[in-house]
Every structure is written in C-alpha cells, then in structure tokens.
Write a protein that binds this ligand. Sequence first.
Ligand SMILES: [Fe+2]
Length: 235
Amino acid sequence: MNAQRQSKTYGHLAVHYRNRNEGHLAARLLREIGFTECYSMEQPGEGGTFFHFVIDEQADKGTDRIFYLLCMPEVLSALYAEIGKRLGVGTADEAAEVKALRAAQAEDPEFNFHAAIVLPSLEELEEMVLRVQKLADEDPELKGRVKVTLNRARPGTPEVDARMDASPVFGNVTRHTYGPNGVQVFVETDLICGGPLGDNWAFEFDYVFPGYKDNILNAPSVEAEVAIAAKEHAA
Ligand SMILES: [Fe+2]
C-alpha cells in the first residue's frame, strides 16, 4: 500500500438501451431507481439520445458514480437480431442453450453480467423497492418490462433477523444473500442491453448492516470465500 498515492476508481459504466424509441423509458427507470440525470444530448451518428446520469447526486467526488445510457449502435442491434434469429429466441424452436440461460437467470438474477450499487440506508432501499414493485405491477409503460427480486440477510444475527421480519419488503422473502448481515435487491429490465442475448440487464442494490465483519457485498474477504464455497457445496 502506498499512502501517498490516490487509488484508481471506476470511471463510468456505459450501457445501451435496446430500442431507439425507448431511451426515455429506460431513462425514466433510472430515475425511479434513484439515479439523477445530469444532461442529455443527441448521440452522434446514431440518432438516439445519450443520457448522462449519476447514481447519487450527493456523490460529488470521484468518477465512479457516472452512469451513461446510450442508444444501442446499429451494428450491435444487427448482431443481437442475428443471434436471436439463429438461436430461435422466443420461438417454438428456441435453442436448448437459450432455455438453460433463461432458467439460470430466473433462479439467480446475478447469474450473468450485472452492476451492483451499495446504499447507505436500508430505509432508502426499501422505499425504492416499494416504488419499483408498484411500477412493475401497475405502470402502463413499465409493467412487464421490470422484474424485482429480493434476497434477505442470511439468518443468524438476531437483531438483523428481527429487522428483516419487520421490513415492509423483506418480511416474507425466502431467498437469501450469500453471507449474513446484508441484503440484495435485483432490478432486471429488457429496456437495457445485458447478457449474451442483449435483452436482460440486471441492477443490483445492496445494503450491509454496519458493525459486523465485512462480507461479500462490501469487501473481498476470507469470509466471502468461505460463503461462496458453502453455497457451491450446498448446490
Ligand atoms: Fe452481484
């Protein structure tokens, strides 16, 4: 460790919305999950809109808060269309590999490529979940385009377990995180390109209860390694 040296940070994350005419809907979803739009501009060469978000407007230092939302370039759209055609995606002849991917993704939202954000407040996370669940159930534009999955803290810490039981969103959840003392929320959407078929992007939102040993959600550690081994052994 070099105390004189500033660390690297992530510069930004850049993702594509799949359909040119759904950029504003994808941007709306980003606002609903708590991101803040800084500006938008025409995307050179593609005709869509290039949205510049930050994941938290209070995160005014560093660059690892920046989230770009861009229109998928035509070259990529054409490639995903060809992949879909050749694998029979969504047809009666859909390839077995596609079915296997869908099943794995349904079981575990973080099975494939995804981005995770850690929140400083469980209450803030719960508010977001309630808002997005309502949109996923009822909103004319977002119904059917958004899926919310929750993992509550693995049982074993009495005060955390009690908070989970009392939670308006985690109370009845039966899925669990890898490790104790933290929760995970997944927001999947087909508005944004993710995964090999380009039709499923997954956001992850984490909260870790303070005052316990760090775990997989906020620090790489021996405990995280043990927790993963335990899960793999159980599978
Ligand atoms: Fe993850």
